[in-house]
Design a protein around this ligand. Structure first.
Ligand SMILES: Nc1nc2c(ncn2[C@@H]2O[C@H](COP(=O)(O)OP(=O)(O)OP(=O)(O)O)[C@@H](O)[C@H]2O)c(=O)[nH]1
Ligand SMILES: [Mg+2]
Ligand SMILES: [Zn+2]
Length: 359
């Protein structure tokens, strides 16, 4: 079951297939375009509306990533609840999901965008560009299943040449595009990615011009933007929530608030993919558990000494690996605690059952 409107929203055979498991009278698919305090703005055949999740869905969610996220396809009951909202019965399995560890100490995972084909990693040429941050982002995108694209913004202010070269050193084959939303240079390349109603998400620090780029592609000032001040870089964000936007010439973009910190999430295959040069070398080290410090027969150190691998790239790789190891340890500890909790609950249930029997 599909329609031109749903196709325009990126409804593909993958989702159509998963929807069949939920087929029932009154149930329709819709895509989450934004979220506000636990309410979801969804778009489908019947246009835009607010929706809320069922108590069952809330109850069964084991982690924040089980809740709907912007970009998700959901199963909607079109009959409104007493507050006039549609009801979300289920989240269809995601084709891709970009997860980060949320800011703050809690370290909970957060789905930044679901079901995107492309992750545009935006850095501004005039002040923001950092190869180290790019490496971190690339590892996360590799983990998401989406294709990364490196975007260097504000090319009207700075010659992009040097930054393109620096980006190329860490890009490992990922496409790099310089553009300017002011002059319009390079915007056609972005349009090109989104043909066939693909979905992209824009990620990057506050002020790099994510919302300005979308406005330019929209041909109207729909999203709020804000000039960056030189003196006070405390980064008050112009964009406060993630939002999915349909572009007039086809394609879908998700705008996001600028990210100050972006933590890795569990699953480390992304790091090895983003650092495939180092992973390939490491496979040739004498010891399989080589830390590439001072072990004999270390192919990674040898490459650094020979000048074919940059020391700071290796440092960045090790940093991310360590962060990943810590996360995995935390996850193990969490799993053990949960297991203990379950045992306690079972024991308690058994005791009360026995008491009832006796009483
Ligand atoms: N010179 C120049 N300025 C730009 C360009 N794109 C955006 N800007 C300016 O950069 C500032 C920040 O733009 P925004 O679009 O608000 O940045 P953002 O990435 O959405 O920021 P957050 O929403 O806070 O994450 C605004 O003053 C824009 O006018 C560009 O291509 N060239
Ligand atoms: Mg913005
Ligand atoms: Zn080694």
């Amino acid at each position: 079951m599909t329609s031109p409107a749903l196709e325009r929203l990126g409804y593909r055979p993958y989702f159509i297939g998963h929807f069949t498991a939920h087929e029932a009278p009154g149930r329709v698919p819709a895509r989450v375009i934004t979220e506000h305090r636990g309410a979801y703005r969804v778009l489908g055949d019947e246009g835009e509306r607010w929706a809320a999740i069922t108590g069952k869905l809330r109850h069964e969610a084991q982690s924040p990533i089980d809740f709907p996220a912007v970009g998700d396809w959901v199963v909607l009951d079109a009959n409104p609840d007493p507050q006039g909202r549609a009801v979300i019965h289920a989240v269809l399995p995601r084709r891709t999901e970009f997860i980060r560890r949320a800011a703050g100490n809690e370290g909970k995972p957060q789905v930044v965008a679901a079901n995107v084909d492309y992750v545009f990693l935006v850095s501004s040429l005039n002040r923001d560009f950092s190869p180290r941050r790019l490496e971190r982002y690339l590892a996360l995108v590799r983990e998401s299943g989406a294709e990364p694209v490196i975007v260097l913004s504000k090319s009207d202010l700075v010659d992009p040449g040097p930054a393109i070269e620096q980006a190329a050193a860490v890009a490992r084959g990922v496409a790099i595009h310089a553009l300017s939303s002011l002059s319009g240079d390079g915007l056609d390349v972005i349009r090109g990615y989104l043909r066939d109603d693909s979905t992209g998400v824009l990620l990057g620090s506050s002020g790099v011009g994510k919302s300005t780029l979308i406005n330019r592609l929209l041909g109207e000032e729909r999203l709020a933007t804000k000039p960056i001040r030189d003196t006070d870089d405390t980064g008050r964000h112009a964009t406060v929530r993630r939002e999915l936007v349909l572009l007039p010439e086809g394609g879908i973009l998700i705008d996001t608030p600028g990210m100050r910190e972006i933590g890795l999430w569990e699953g480390s295959s992304g790091i090895d993919e983003a650092f495939d040069d180092i992973a390939t070398l490491a496979a040739q080290c004498k010891f399989t558990d080589c830390h590439h410090e001072s072990e004999p027969g270390c192919a990674v150190r040898a490459a650094v000494e020979a000048g074919s691998l940059k020391e700071d790239r290796l440092a960045s790789y090790k940093n991310l690996r360590e962060e990943q190891d810590r996360l995995e340890m935390m996850a193990d500890a969490r799993a053990r605690a949960e297991e203990k909790g379950k045992l306690r609950t079972t024991a308690r249930a058994l005791r009360s059952h026995l008491q009832k029997k006796r009483g």
